[in-house]
Design a binder for this molecule. Sequence first.
Ligand SMILES: Nc1ncnc2c1ncn2[C@@H]1O[C@H](COP(=O)(O)OP(=O)(O)OP(=O)(O)O)[C@@H](O)[C@H]1O
Ligand SMILES: [Mg+2]
Length: 292
Amino acid sequence: MRNTITVMNAKGGVGKSTLVLALAETLANDHGKRILVVDADAQASVSHMLLPQDRLEAVQSGGRTFVDFLIGAVLKQSSAKWQDYVVGGASDIDDARSIDLLPSDTHLTLFEREVSKGEHERELRKTVGALLGEARLLYDLVLIDSAPGLSVLTESWLREADFYISPTRPDYISTRGLKFLRQFRERDPDMGFAEPLGVIINMKDAHAPEDAQYEEWLRQDAENYCFRQPILRVSSLQAATRFAPRPRSYWAKYPGQTGASLRELAAELLGRLAMAQPGATYRGAPGRAART
Ligand SMILES: Nc1ncnc2c1ncn2[C@@H]1O[C@H](COP(=O)(O)OP(=O)(O)OP(=O)(O)O)[C@@H](O)[C@H]1O
Ligand SMILES: [Mg+2]
């Protein structure tokens, strides 16, 4: 099954981490999916969203993060196994217990510098590829939360994952990030690249006519292959990024229309994934096959 997805927009602050969190929790809670979230950002945003602070700090100070795995595997050629760095039961939703996390830490930035300085890019890509090859079989879905910009690590995820999805805000700067990504994809076609699974419009202000105009403009471009369901800018999604001290229900975390929109989005994602499997008759992504 092709089930590994990098969540990427070169622009920062468009909601990549928030959507990785919300999609992972919706798919675990509603569909019982086993999800691996890979935190590939030195800011460790999604690690903070999925774990209580003391637990994350213990993992970080114990040298048990995904960064520690990468340092061993790529720079020291150790035989470390990524599975030993997975933290299980990540999430504060009581019925979303099937989420595993490979947590990050700030020294990811230093690791990336070492990779570039020592010309370890090939080794990094091999490690990332091997990890995804194994994780593909162990999980229903692998979601990689990438950093803004385009680091050597992000490039590895983009080249090795099966798919990528791009969240964007309905504004000019965020859509520039999408354009940059598209240009990058076209640059070295022989080097392999994830297949686009679509653009998610996030943080839309329901009362701003400019947002509606930008949304329409994004949807007109078939290459964006926008998800039908936009996600509105709402305080509950901002609050969702703070890990709750006590487990809560899905509806307490994503109330009302927000939960309903996320469910629509998650269902659409599963539909697009199913259709993008080898042998599926309908291929939705632009430029792949004729739509019927
Ligand atoms: N739909 C939304 N409604 C309200 N706030 C949101 C929404 N989506 C994201 N946010 C908020 O916007 C901010 C940026 O979101 P997030 O950290 O997920 O973006 P990002 O793309 O991962 O950023 P970075 O590029 O720094 O990794 C956060 O404060 C988050 O709580
Ligand atoms: Mg982020």
